[in-house]
Every structure is written in C-alpha cells, then in structure tokens.
Design a protein around this ligand. Structure first.
Ligand SMILES: [Zn+2]
Length: 452
C-alpha cells in the first residue's frame, strides 16, 4: 500500500522504537520496520525524537481577547502541542450556556491551527440546567472555581451548587475540574496586606498560604466522595496538597486526578521577588524547598500530568502593587522545550514518561480516544523534538500576544522541529505552515463516536 504520508525515524511508543509510521486520511494505519513503507510524502528524521502530539488541557485563549483562537493555536503549533482544551473563562463572558458554547465551536472551525476540545462552566447560583445541554453539544469537561477571580467571568461557586453539578457530570461520566483555593483565607489576607501598604511581589505568595489550597481541595475531595464525581484538580502547587490527595484517594477510593503546571516545578518565590508581576500566577509560586518536594513527588510517580495554564496577559511592568496585576503566565510557545530540558535532559526522565505526562495521561483522563499515542488507529499527531539543538529564547519568538516570561533570555537545549496534526504539518523550521485546519474535538457524550 502507498500511504499519504510516512513518518520515519525514532519514535516514542512504549519506549523508543525505530521505524516507519504509515498514515492515511490523518490516521496512523501501520507501524512497520525502518525504511519498509512508501508514500507520496516521507518525513524523515535521524537525530530527532518523534513524540505523540502533546496535549495541553489547561489553556485560556480568551481571558485576554487580544489572544484569541488563532493566535493561541499558532503558539501551540510552535510549542509542539497538537491538541488544546480551552478553558471557559472568556472575556467578557464565560462559556456557561449552550449558545455561547456553540459559538465557540464555530470559532474553532474557522480559526484554529491545532485541534481543540472545550471546557464548559456554570454561572454562579444559576444555569445548572445548561450543563446537560453543553454536554450534548460536545463539552469534554466542566470547570468551576472556589475562588472568585472575577464576579462575572470567573466566579466562585457555592457548595450546594457544586453538589447539583456533580450529580449531572457523574451521571454522564464527565470530568468536573476545580480551581481550588480558599476564598475566605485569601481575601482576608489580601485586604489586610493592602491596608498595611504591604503590596510588594512577595505578599502575593504570603496572601496564599499552603492551607488556602489544601483546605479547598480537602472539601472538594469530600464532596466528590459523597456524589460519586469524576474529579480533577487543576494547578496543584504545594507538596502537602499532593500528599493529602494521594492519601484521601486511596483511603476513600475517590475518582480523582490532578495536574501541576510547568511553573510550579521550575520557578519559586525567588522568581516572584525578582520578576514581580511577570511571575504572578494563582496559586502563587512556592518556596524553593516546597518546589523541591513537588519535584520529588513527580519523580516518584505522583501527579497525573502537567499543563501550562496559558493565560496570556500583557502586564504593566511598572505596576508596584502586586495585587493589582493580572494573574497567569504565558506558556503554549515554550512549555514543552523548557520542560524537556528540565525533566529529560536535567532530571533524567525518559521519553516515555515525558510523553505520558504531556500527552497520553491527559488523553486517557479526558477520553480523547484518538489522541495521545503512536499506535495503529490513533490520529497522526506528532511532535518532533531535537533534544540537543540549543537556542536563545527571545521576545520575538512568541506567537502568543504575551511574550513576557521569566524564561526569556535563557538558552534552551531542546528545540521543536516539526508539529504534525492528523498527518499535516502545522509547524516546521520556525514557521507555522498550515493554518486554519484545526478541528473541534467533542467529548464522547457529544456524539464523537457516531461522527467517526
Ligand atoms: Zn487556569
């Protein structure tokens, strides 16, 4: 058989393999020996490693509307990410009705460069009836917050409403995720520090102590236990919280997964002091010893996967009051090369483990049944990395509207060489090469099985 495309070289599939990957109509049809398959187009690599396309399940395309679907997915393509799952906290209005949800699908079909699945959310004290409608329209999961970042766009949801929503998501076997921070503790500390004129960067960290994360998480674990919810906790930042989730998960058999973000493994309070608003994210960066413990937990197999929490604010660097600056870091362009350097080159993680943390574990948890692996029947999504091709990260590199990063100026050892979505190249040789061909990936309940 002559394939549309053959990708040839060293690829990650239960360890490192060397051979040919035969692709037809965007699907992996055959894995075969080296130089055994023929095709109209052969993509061949020698020193590079071919990974299953990476997935970032925590992206905010529209918290800053100047980013938007096209820019964010261009950043993803350049950053080696072939599927994003976009968060619902859009400006000016969050995705909390089926009408808004359907409009966003249109946006994806017109403007996305890589594949996109969508989170839904729920308005405060109303709109629970929209949950089933959004599931039927293809929402892959739902996200709520226990901390009010913005009363309209990013509200905190009271416990009685969380219970109502858990009942619907668990009935549908849909993931329900939380931004878990204790609003009472944080708001009081922020008010106290502000009234005392303590507004330097480090007070962002001090206003979000470890228990502001772990107390919110323990409550959610308990609600999930009683309501049989399929729970996911985003951006877990503190080793105590990890320890508590691991223990409660085992003791009570709770169906829970959790992620951390690349910044909680690589940055700490020293970065916050040095870079100020540029290093402001929620939860706040932790102390160096806590970051070290979080890394040890990852090493021993805790933490299900890693995301970027890409929130592309353009921040006013002259802002002296840390509490007035927006929270969130840019990430899609840089997370994979930065983390390849950090985990594989520096900490000795193997390529298989790396592909689990940034692809297959995410695909499995979200039921992205066509994604996450280089195996026959899966989508032909690949990220080609040269592990040893140093380059300097400059502001001009970014596709995202936000090019403000603590990592700017660093020399990064690994480089994304090519990104391929369903058999088509979307990034190659420092250029986004294939535009507007990303696809909406509905959740299983949204009829994906019948569609294929
Ligand atoms: Zn987020």
């Amino acid at each position: 058989m002559r394939y549309d495309v053959v990708v040839r070289g060293t690829y990650v599939s239960n360890g490192l393999q060397k051979g040919d990957i035969g692709i037809q109509d965007g699907k992996i049809v055959e894995l075969s020996g080296y130089r055994t398959l023929s095709a109209d187009k052969v993509i061949e690599y020698n020193d590079e490693i071919i990974f299953p396309g990476f997935i970032d399940s925590h992206v905010h395309c529209y918290s800053n509307p100047n980013e938007g679907m096209n820019r964010a997915t261009r950043a993803a393509a350049q950053g080696g990410i072939t599927t994003i799952i976009d968060m619902p906290y859009d400006r000016p209005e969050p995705i909390d009705t089926v009408e808004k949800f359907n409009r966003k699908i249109e946006d994806i079909n017109q403007n996305a460069v890589v594949d996109v699945a969508l989170w839904g959310t729920v308005a405060k004290n109303k709109g629970v009836n929209q949950v089933q409608k959004m599931i039927d329209a293809g929402a892959i999961a739902f996200k709520l917050s226990t901390f009010e970042t913005d009363p309209q766009r990013f509200p905190s949801i009271p416990d009685h409403q969380i219970i109502d929503i858990m009942k619907i998501t668990s009935k549908n076997d849909i993931l329900l995720a939380f931004h878990a921070e204790n609003e009472d503790i944080i708001t009081n500390l922020v008010n106290q520090y502000t009234s005392e004129g303590k507004v330097e960067a480090i007070y962002h960290h001090l206003s979000r102590p470890p228990e502001s994360e772990s107390s919110a998480v323990s409550s959610l674990l308990d609600l999930a236990y009683w309501n049989n919810a399929k729970l996911h906790l985003v951006h877990i930042s503190h080793p105590h919280t990890v320890d508590m989730i691991e223990k409660m998960k085992k003791i009570y058999s709770i169906n829970v997964t959790y992620e951390t973000c690349y910044q909680y493994l690589t940055l700490d309070t020293d970065s916050l002091k040095k870079y100020g608003v540029i290093a402001k994210c929620n939860p706040a960066l932790r102390r160096p010893s806590e970051v070290e413990q979080l890394n040890e937990q990852l090493q021993k197999g805790d933490i299900d996967f890693i995301t970027s929490d890409h929130a592309p604010w353009v921040k006013d660097k002259t802002e002296k009051n840390i509490f007035k600056a927006p929270s969130g870091l840019t990430g899609l362009d840089i997370m994979i090369p930065v983390m390849f350097d950090y985990l594989v080159s520096k900490k000795g993680f193997n390529e298989q483990k790396f592909s689990e943390l940034f692809s297959s574990n995410i695909a499995e948890r979200f039921n992205l049944v066509d994604k996450g692996k280089i195996e026959e029947g899966y989508d032909a999504d690949f990220t080609v990395i040269n592990p040893n091709k140093p380059w300097k990260l400059e502001k001009a590199f970014y596709q995202s509207i936000s090019n403000q990063s603590v990592f700017n100026g660093n020399t990064i050892g690994a480089q994304i060489i090519e990104t391929i979505v369903r058999g088509k190249t979307v990034y190659h040789d420092k250029e986004v090469t294939f535009e507007n061909k990303g696809k909406f990936i509905p959740g299983l309940k949204g009829g994906r099985l019948s569609e294929y």
